[in-house]
Structure formats: structure tokens, C-alpha cells
Design a protein around this ligand. Structure first.
Ligand code: GDP
Ligand code: MG
Length: 195
């Protein structure tokens, strides 16, 4: 019809259009050995290396991963401590500008769940209050060694205002939900899908 404008093309589903930063900074926190590096490797590369060694000689590392095509065109900068968690004080640079934090514990090591609250305090000393928080109980594949129940993990998550996901970096179970849930949360306040 003459004079009627062609329908505007659908706005591309880009990070900016959804109020997302083009690069989302996510910091991994949690005790040494809980599986932070394995979760990062599983999500960014899709594999698990049971023989992987801790990174030596770097305070932290950062990998960037583009989100799946169906989602917003943002990228996640995933920051991982490389052993420095032992010193109980991370450089403020690690936290600076972080949009989200994933606090990881090991469901087969009860004390790592208790330490999750300590990591939250550490985070709040350096980072802003408005952050997407996810508490992750990792190593669910080791079901016969489990020491902390899902209910305990979820109760702590509720008490600190975090979302809760149980994962296995070894099998890949629910790993993508952690990171894609963060993006969904930032894009539209959608609830994270949890177990
Ligand atoms: P980080 O110190 O938190 O970075 O922990 P790592 O990612 O280095 O993992 C510590 C140890 O736990 C390694 O021996 C891993 O192979 C093992 N690990 C990590 N994630 C899992 C998991 O989901 N299941 C099992 N069975 N082992 C895991
Ligand atoms: Mg590590």
C-alpha cells in the first residue's frame, strides 16, 4: 500500500538493546579445590580434564565466551582465581566492575559450604551491592560422597539472596544454566532455572 511504511525490521536481540553490557564480567569465588576452574573449562570449552593442574604463576585468568546464537549477543568474561584464594585476599582488580559472582562449593566437602558465606563477605568488601549472585554446589556426580544436602545449599542461597544451582563439571550437568541464567537475569529479570 502506497504510503504505508514497511514494517520496521525486528530489533536485533543485542546486548545493548536489552540493557546488557556487551561484556558481562563474572567472577568465580570459592575455596581451592571446589571445581571453579573445571566449571570454567566445561562451560567455555565443553570438556572436563580430571588431571588438570592448578595454574601456577598467575593471580587470576580470564576467558571470554560468546553466548549461544539464540540469546543476546553479549559476551561473558569469566574470571577465575588461580590459587590465590589460599591467601584469603584477592586484588580489588579481580572484583572491579563485576556484574555477577558465582560462589562455588563442593557438595562432598561440608566445610566449603560454610565458607561460601565468608566468600560473600569478601565479595561485598570490594564489589557493589547490585550484583547477580549464584551459589553453586558442584560435584553432584559424586553422589555417594555427598556431605551437604540440596536443602542446605538452597537455604544458604536464600539467606544471602543468591540463586542456587547444583552442578557437575565432570558430567556437565546444569553448568550452562549457571552462566546463561546470569545473562537471563541481567537481561530481563527472568528467574534462573534451577534444579
Ligand atoms: P578449583 O581450585 O576450585 O579451581 O578446583 P579445580 O577446578 O582445579 O578442581 C579441583 C579438583 O576437583 C580436580 O581434581 C578436579 O578434577 C575435581 N573436580 C572438579 N569438578 C568436579 C566435578 O564436578 N566432579 C568431580 N568428580 N570432580 C571434580
Ligand atoms: Mg582453579
Amino acid at each position: 500500500l502506497l504510503g504505508s511504511p514497511a514494517p520496521a525490521p525486528a530489533a536485533p536481540l543485542e546486548g545493548a538493546g536489552l540493557g546488557l553490557p556487551p561484556r558481562i564480567k563474572v567472577v568465580l569465588l570459592g575455596d581451592s579445590g571446589v571445581g571453579k576452574s573445571c566449571l570454567a573449562l566445561r562451560y567455555t570449552r565443553g570438556w572436563f580434564d580430571a588431571g588438570s593442574k592448578a595454574t601456577v604463576g598467575a593471580a587470576f585468568s580470564c576467558v571470554t565466551v560468546a553466548l549461544p546464537h539464540s540469546g543476546p549477543s553479549a559476551k561473558i568474561d569469566l574470571w577465575d582465581t588461580a590459587g590465590q584464594e589460599r591467601y584469603q585476599s584477592l586484588a580489588p582488580l579481580y572484583y572491579r566492575g563485576a556484574h555477577a559472582s558465582v560462589i562455588v562449593y563442593d557438595v562432598t566437602q561440608r566445610e566449603t559450604l560454610a565458607k561460601a558465606a565468608w566468600w560473600l563477605d569478601e565479595l561485598r568488601r570490594y564489589a557493589g551491592q547490585h550484583m547477580v549472585l549464584v551459589l553453586v554446589g558442584n560435584k553432584t556426580d559424586l553422589a555417594d560422597q555427598r556431605q551437604a544436602t540440596e536443602e542446605e545449599g538452597r537455604a544458604l542461597a536464600d539467606s544471602i539472596g543468591a540463586h542456587y544451582v547444583e552442578t557437575s563439571a565432570a558430567t556437565g550437568s546444569h553448568v550452562a544454566e549457571v552462566f546463561e541464567g546470569i545473562v537471563a537475569q541481567m537481561a530481563g529479570g527472568l528467574p534462573l532455572s534451577v534444579n
